[in-house]
Design a binder for this molecule. Structure first.
Ligand SMILES: *[C@@H]1O[C@H](CO)[C@@H](O)[C@H](O)[C@H]1NC(C)=O
Ligand SMILES: *[C@@H]1O[C@H](CO)[C@@H](O)[C@H](O)[C@H]1NC(C)=O
Ligand SMILES: *[C@@H]1O[C@H](CO)[C@@H](O)[C@H](O)[C@H]1NC(C)=O
Ligand SMILES: *[C@@H]1O[C@H](CO)[C@@H](O)[C@H](O)[C@H]1NC(C)=O
Ligand SMILES: *[C@@H]1O[C@H](CO)[C@@H](O)[C@H](O)[C@H]1NC(C)=O
Ligand SMILES: *[C@@H]1O[C@H](CO)[C@@H](O)[C@H](O)[C@H]1NC(C)=O
Length: 930
């Protein structure tokens, strides 16, 4: 954690680590591209002759049983035809067949392009018409009307998940097929019209000026395809050899595209582009997003100026634009598509302009609503894992529930308006399932009904299934299951909340057979079950899992616990005086008879309360149902009376009244950090980066105080997002000291106890192996908190395979993609340097070996620097000064200019000159040349 420049060695290191461990079979190449030659047999990829991009076969992206490889007919193969069009994959079976592109970053922008060249591959001479979907949203109808002509579909979208599916939907008008599928990452700033609920579908993208030569990768690092457009009968080409400065704008049009432009042939006229929108299958009068790119290609002497404005159907939509030499300017409609039966875009010189207008490039798009919600992603991962585990042979492709008409066979879903559909029933009876019952079934949390009867399932019944809260019927009959009926089921059966069918499983221990004496067994099970359930319930109260592992070495543990320390310090008579002691009666009064539950804490419920003087407090009452937590309770009282710090939650009082034990805390109105991070809705108020950074600094200070300010130092042992509380000013305080342990006084660097405690996902792996917590175990857990703050992700994910947040972040950073890890709900509202730095700190905190981790003091210092970066960044102003909005005719057209330094003086020129521009004949935008 030396300086921010330590970032690149890190990157290299991460990259090496990813390479050494084989990575996670990333589908993207080093640029983040995916280039698939659909229908290419075998495993070998090849390099495209013009772009030098490597094209891979499609087998890794699609269900092996889906579709078949076909060659186009020889007569359509010409020497110029790229190899990727020589074969296709065609899908005679199934209403919907989907490609799945993985290794994406949720919330990032991508360009997807599919190409279709029929080439009479089936010898029928009848090109099909079919639909293309992107995930659960309609993208385009592919109408291949010409045997030998390529049809392409291109869309730019924000992907909500770490994968995207491209589906070919059979609409009864021919067999769907596909030649090429490509994915390219875009920068987040590109095409501001593209967001989570709206994508853009390309109509035309024209490079104005040149007559030949398509521009794509590598001239366009994002591999957009720019089609040359020029008509010497109507336009004059002008160009420059100088390098344009286009990297600053929101589009980064390739320099070579901006180096050419068209002007009217007759210098006294305007530039005009007219077209009639072609009705689309799902939109008879489609609206357009129009993006026009401008750049001055001539050095203009002083007093000479090129100034223009854009009007559409006679209405001026842009302000007066003074072009800057080699700079970039763009006029576009940002918020709504322009919708009319006829388009006539006119670019006129202003009255003061001494030169005729020009234009370098134009892009036209349709809007693509992406508002359909896909099935809940946890359900999708669970059912996908089930499909893979049992090789389910049904046509399970695309999203399980959406669209309704294509929901997967054998399952049903619930649909509500505002939230993603859930899978509510699954019937896999008579499906030839064998092996164990997969744990993934228990991840289908909305299941009401699960039928696995009449299969060859073996092994025991997992108790986790009994935890499915809504499950009312589970049919396991006619399998080869063995072992007892787990206690969770017995309880739910007894309650009458679950109907379990388990007949015809010869090895199952039920009343009628002899694994155990039958009647005794089931009674016993219930008696045993009740305490087990109570304990389970109790553990779940902590919202987290306490991992209680008994160490095999009682000797060492005896040595390290200091009995004197325990007995004296945990004795309530020695508690500090400033802490108030309450009776249980008083607590009932304060909490208005335990009326309002604020949450569930380490060993019981936390209630809302008011002291006599009106101070709002939180009262944590130890649950009486168990002796568990007694020690923890006393530990916490003990610690809280001793330590005081603005970033540690403070205790107002406690209660030790016979059986009753309780703690009275200051009230933290904003609840836990976890609640703020786990907000699922993409739009709901979500912590901004600066707020997160402050919370990080403040909680780090709290932990540092435990380590440095307390004598002996304290190890918290359960640092996590649910133990960071926020008050009304969103100030962070560390809470829950129930597991905290003091260092031994005799200068040891660790404490030995009999149990490894903490929360999965946050727990230091080194501590888990050694069983000895150190202050560096807290540093590790805090590193995880930082990663959660940056990414908004939980510490462990299972989508599709289980992965911890460290791996997840490392994987993305190894591709140099810092934006890829950033919580998209912050809407890019962050300084990239502070983000880098925090990610770097977090990864150092979570180093495998505790000796490589910084101390909390280092962490605090570094985080304060990050916060300073962020604040400085704010002070310099977020307004870039270039943007001007322009309201005209209810359309919000924008003009953004990104001048270069060289051109600054230009806008000063004030020459007045009369122009009388005539009308240029209509330019028809015909089928794009190839
Ligand atoms: C397609 O053509 C290649 C050779 O160009 C051949 O190896 C392959 O078997 C053909 N595939 C089909 C499905 O006919
Ligand atoms: C496909 O295109 C052809 C020719 O452009 C047109 O005649 C036909 O109606 C279209 N089919 C569909 C289903 O849109
Ligand atoms: C996406 O942009 C459209 C058009 O500007 C807007 O109506 C919509 O609310 C935006 N959606 C999100 C999620 O920001
Ligand atoms: C189930 O297992 C039995 C015995 O091993 C076998 O005879 C039967 O074919 C299996 N059924 C299925 C559907 O796999
Ligand atoms: C044209 O130039 C004159 C003189 O400098 C200035 O007053 C006027 O505002 C300019 N008009 C436009 C439309 O820029
Ligand atoms: C642009 O110039 C043309 C030709 O001089 C003229 O007919 C047209 O009205 C002008 N457009 C606008 C919006 O001023």
């Amino acid at each position: 954690m030396e300086q921010p420049t330590a970032v690149s060695p890190w990157l290299l290191l991460l990259f090496l680590v990813a390479a050494a461990t084989g990575g996670s079979r990333a589908q993207t190449d080093s640029k983040g591209f995916i280039s698939i030659d659909c229908g290419l047999p075998g495993k070998a990829s090849y390099e495209d002759a013009t772009t030098k991009l490597s094209y891979v076969p499609d087998s890794g992206f699609i269900d092996p049983a889906a579709g078949s490889n076909m060659n186009i007919s020889a007569q359509h193969i010409t020497s110029q035809l790229s190899r990727r069009y020589h074969d296709v994959r065609s899908f005679p079976d199934g209403a919907r067949n989907c490609y799945t592109l993985r290794s994406l970053v949720p919330g990032n922008k991508y360009l997807l392009r599919a190409a279709f060249l029929y080439g009479d591959y089936d010898g029928l001479g009848r090109p099909p018409v079919f639909d293309l979907h992107m995930g659960v949203n309609y993208w385009k109808t592919v109408n291949v009307s010409n045997l030998g002509m390529e049809v392409t579909a291109e869309a730019m979208v924000v992907v909500p998940d770490n994968f995207v599916q491209v589906c070919l939907v059979n609409t009864g008008t021919g067999t769907p097929f596909i030649s090429v599928l490509e994915l390219r990452p875009l920068k987040m700033k590109f095409y501001p019209q593209v967001n989570l609920t709206q994508g853009l579908v390309l109509d035309y993208r024209l490079n104005l000026g040149p007559e030949t030569g398509t521009v794509r990768y590598p001239e366009d690092p994002h591999d957009r395809v720019w089609i040359p457009f020029m008509d010497p009968k109507e336009y004059l080409e002008i160009s420059t050899k100088q390098t344009m400065q286009t990297d600053y704008d929101d589009f980064e049009v390739p320099k070579v595209v901006m180096q050419t432009a068209i002007m009217p042939l007759n210098a006294s006229r305007n530039l005009e582009i007219s077209w009639e929108p072609v009705p689309q299958p799902r939109d008879p009068s489609p609206g357009h997003f129009i993006i026009m790119h401008f750049s001055e290609v001539q050095i203009l002497p002083s007093g000479i100026m090129r100034q223009l404005y854009v009007s559409i159907n006679g209405v001026k939509v842009s302000k007066d634009v003074t072009l800057s030499y080699l700079g970039a300017g763009v006029v576009y409609n940002g918020d709504h598509p322009y919708r009319d039966s006829y388009y006539n875009i006119s670019i006129n010189a202003t009255i003061n302009s001494t030169l005729p207008p020009l234009m370098n490039a134009i892009e036209l798009f349709f809007a693509m609503p992406t508002t359909n919600l896909a099935t809940d992603s946890r359900d999708v991962s669970a059912v996908t894992a089930i499909k893979a585990r049992y090789h389910v042979q049904r046509n399970w492709m695309g999203d399980p529930c959406v669209p309704k008409t294509m929901a997967w066979e054998s399952l049903t879903c619930s649909y509500t308006i505002a939230s993603p559909p859930r899978i509510t029933s699954l019937n896999l009876s008579f499906t030839g399932l064998n092996g164990d019952i997969s744990p993934s079934f228990a991840n289908l949390k909305a299941l009401h009904y699960l039928d696995l009867s009449n299969n060859n399932l073996t092994g025991t019944i997992p108790d986790t299934l009994s935890q499915l809260p809504l499950l009312t019927l589970l049919d396991l009959s006619s399998n080869q299951l063995s072992g007892p009926i787990p206690s969770g089921f017995l309880k739910r059966i007894q309650e009458g909340s679950l109907n379990l069918r388990y007949g015809n499983n010869s090895n199952l221990c039920t009343d009628k057979n002899s694994c155990h004496p039958a009647k005794m067994k089931s009674r016993l099970a219930i008696y045993v079950a009740v305490p087990v359930v109570v304990i389970l319930f109790f553990v779940s109260l902590t919202i987290t899992f306490l991992l209680l592992l008994r160490r095999k070495n009682p000797g060492s543990m005896k040595n390290s616990i200091n009995p004197r320390n325990e007995s004296t310090n945990y004795n309530h008579s020695s508690l500090g005086l400033e802490t108030r002691r309450f009776t249980y009666i008083e607590l009932k009064k304060i909490t208005n008879n335990l009326q309002r539950v604020l949450g569930k804490g380490g060993f019981g419920y936390v209630y809302d309360g008011f002291l006599d003087d009106g101070t709002q407090v939180a009262v944590k009452i130890r649950s009486q149902s168990s002796n568990q937590g007694d020690k923890e309770f006393l530990a916490e009282v003990h610690i809280l009376t001793r330590i005081h710090h603005k970033n540690l939650v403070s205790m107002i009082g406690y209660c030790k009244d016979g059986e009753h034990m309780a703690l009275v805390y200051e009230f933290m109105s904003e609840g836990t950090l976890q609640e703020h991070i786990a907000v699922r809705d993409h739009n709901e108020a979500c912590l901004r980066w600066k707020q997160r950074l402050r919370i990080a600094v403040e909680s780090a200070q709290g932990i540092e105080y435990l380590h440095k300010g307390c004598n002996p130092p304290l190890i918290h042992r359960d640092v996590k997002a649910t133990n960071i509380l926020l008050n009304s000013r969103l100030e962070a305080k560390i809470a829950d000291f129930g597991l905290s342990k003091a260092f031994n006084r005799d200068n040891e660097t660790h404490v030995s106890t009999n149990a490894v405690v903490g929360t999965l996902g946050y727990m230091d792996p080194e501590y888990q192996t050694t069983g000895r917590p150190t202050t560096k175990s807290d540093v590790y857990s805090f590193g995880i908190v930082l990663l959660v703050l940056v990414t908004g992700k939980p510490p462990t994910m299972n989508n599709p395979q289980t992965m911890n947040i460290i791996q997840w972040v490392q994987q993305r950073l190894s591709q140099g993609n810092i934006e890829g890890i950033v919580d998209v709900r912050m809407h890019g509202d962050h300084d990239i340097n502070s983000m880098w730095k925090v990610a770097d700190i977090a990864l150092k905190c979570t180093a495998n070996s505790s000796t490589d981790r910084p101390t909390m003091t280092d962490v605090v210092t570094q985080l304060q620097e990050c916060l300073k970066l962020e604040e400085d960044c704010d002070d310099s102003g977020t307004n870039d000064g270039f943007y001007t909005g322009m309201n005209s005719n209810d359309l919000n057209w924008r003009y953004d200019a990104y001048p270069t330094n060289r051109s600054m003086s230009m806008s000063e020129s004030n020459t007045t000159m009369e122009h009388n521009f005539g009308r240029v004949p209509t330019m028809d935008i015909g089928p794009a040349t190839r």
